[in-house]
Design a protein around this ligand. Structure first.
Ligand code: NAD
Length: 510
């Protein structure tokens, strides 16, 4: 296959940005352009303040984007300083980049459709189709078009049809190359992926295209980890991975409800089940359920696929994973209400953590939103939110759909954890961020967006590949006022608080 010299990644989001950065890092001879139609996002990618936070990302971007000499601690660079010519560019000028690209990766957002046929389940392909059309218009003949976004099965055929309409008679090859990274560990996942999946048409030109893309990854990924499959398998495999991960969370959460009504302890159950190597211990932590922009939407997409294939039993089976997840969140919110004697009027509830999990500032599908929605119905005095990783504007945007004239002034975002907890009647830990895990009082003071953003990459890379997510949710039942130096979350045996522990954690997300 022809060597790849120029890659254009369409969509500078959570997937497009980090993926492009890691490809560029390991392929100094390839120019990687990341295109986004949002000029503000592009400006931030070109600044010292990247639009997304991922541990280690800034170091990699500095090397590939700025040509900075940097010490990167990972297996492939063995601690050696790297000196480079910049080969990573962020731009809004898609036409120029697309016209030069040997490979175009589509990494735009593919949310759930909210209207019309398949509303609430099917994937809204408007953005993806628009991006594909732009590629069809400006790409050179022979360009390899890669689906990086998570898309429904059969999208390769759909793109092929569109290309035939927009550029009849011009040959393009279409590959599926879904992304399996998890937010919060994106760099680690990209540097050492469990697998790279490349789906192609089983024709000579399809295989050649797959080989060309495989060579790009082979710059740092061991060959046996690069799996070449057919396009349908590749598209479906991504949905299945997410569905099965989410299914484990809903399974253990369903058992946590039984535990709450009996003397059984969900952590003991999870440990006992997970120790069996056939089951495994990951993704078996009961908690609030899964959040984030992928699990729910991908399960909905799988459900819709099964439905449209005339398999209602299969659709029903998987849709239960989402239903259980929603139910668990409501159950948690009602527990808080019960603990406060079913009277929240005039009371202050502090919520620590808003991002859908730790080490990310991503507020999409935050589990806190549903909890806050239920709490607001009880007309609390104040809901005080603190998350050092999130921008206040992102938090408020996420809450917008549940706010109205009567409850808007009850919700406040704090930039100081102490102030958020001051005079609170209950502190609810929503995610498993380190500041909330370790000695909360000290960490709350120290943690702010700066210290989090400065976490060097090597610190992350010393963790195990899949960080076990484990943190107990803690809510405090009785009023407590709180002074700096004193933990806002009381010990289990604190007689003043008689704090109750609700087992759980936020779950992860690929
Ligand atoms: P995102 O919303 O963070 O980023 C998408 C970007 O695409 C946005 O910046 C948007 O402005 C840009 N965009 C949209 N249309 C465009 C166009 N025509 N031209 C140029 N730019 C355009 O989304 P994301 O979280 O990065 O997800 C992208 C895809 O990857 C989705 O299909 C998602 O399911 C999948 N995915 C996400 C994750 C994750 O953890 N976020 C993991 C694996 C896969």
């Amino acid at each position: 296959s022809k060597p790849v010299r120029h890659i254009a990644v369409v969509g500078a989001g959570y997937v497009g940005g980090p993926t492009a950065a890691v490809i560029a890092l390991h392929n100094p001879h390839i120019q990687v352009d990341v295109l986004d139609k949002d000029p503000r996002r592009v400006r931030r990618w070109n600044s010292p303040h990247l639009p997304i936070y991922e541990p280690g990302l800034v170091d990699i971007v500095r090397v590939s984007r700025d040509g900075a000499s940097a010490r990167l601690r990972d297996a492939s660079t063995e601690d050696t300083p790297v000196d480079r010519i910049p080969n990573l560019f962020f731009t809004t000028d898609s036409q120029t980049s697309l016209a030069k690209a040997d490979v175009v990766m589509l990494a735009v957002n593919t949310p759930t459709k909210t209207f019309g046929v398949g509303g609430g389940r099917a994937t809204n392909m408007t953005t993806f189709d628009a991006a594909a059309k732009e590629v069809a218009l400006y790409a050179r003949p022979g360009t390899i078009i890669v689906e990086k976004s998570t898309v429904p099965c059969g999208t390769a055929q759909r793109v092929r049809k569109m290309l035939d309409e927009v550029r009849p008679g011009v040959a393009f090859e279409i590959l599926s190359n879904p992304e399996f990274l998890s937010e919060g560990t994106a760099v680690k996942n990209l540097m050492k992926p469990d697998r790279v999946l490349i789906g192609s048409a089983k024709t000579p030109s399809g295989r050649r295209a797959a080989e060309a893309l495989a060579n790009v990854y082979a710059a740092w990924v061991p060959r046996p980890r690069i799996l070449e499959v057919n396009a349908w398998s590749s598209e479906l495999a991504k949905l299945v991975s997410n569905a099965m991960l989410a299914q484990r969370i809903s399974s253990i959460n369903s058992i946590s409800a039984i535990c709450d009504k009996t003397g059984a302890d969900i952590d003991e159950i999870a440990k006992s089940a997970g120790i069996d190597p056939r089951i495994g211990s990951q993704f078996l932590k009961a908690g609030l359920g899964f959040g984030g922009s992928c699990f729910r939407k991908d399960i909905s997409s799988l459900t819709y696929l099964a439905e449209s294939l005339g398999l209602p039993e299969v659709a029903h089976y998987w849709s239960q994973v989402n239903s259980m997840n929603e139910w668990q969140r409501d159950r948690f919110a009602y527990k808080i209400i019960q603990r406060l004697e079913e009277n929240l009027v005039g009371k202050k509830i502090a919520l620590l953590g808003f991002a859908f999990k730790k080490n990310t500032g991503d507020t999409r599908e935050s589990l806190a939103v549903d909890v806050i929605r239920v709490l607001l119905q009880e007309r609390p005095g104040e809901i005080a939110i603190f998350d050092p990783c999130c921008l206040s504007e992102d938090i408020m945007r996420e809450l917008e759909p549940i706010l109205d004239a009567t409850n808007r002034e009850r919700v406040h975002v704090y930039s100081d954890g102490y102030q958020a907890c001051q005079q609170a009647h209950a502190v609810v830990v929503i995610n498993d961020s380190d500041p909330f895990r370790q000695s909360p009082a000290q960490q709350l003071v120290k943690s702010n967006i700066d210290t989090v953003a400065r976490t060097p990459y090597y610190e992350m890379s010393t963790h195990s590949t899949h960080v076990a997510l484990e943190e107990d949710m803690v809510i405090e039942g009785s009023r407590f006022s709180y002074r700096p130096g004193q933990s806002p979350i009381c010990a289990e045996d604190c007689p003043d608080c008689q704090s109750v522990k609700l087992r759980g954690t936020m779950s992860s997300e690929p």
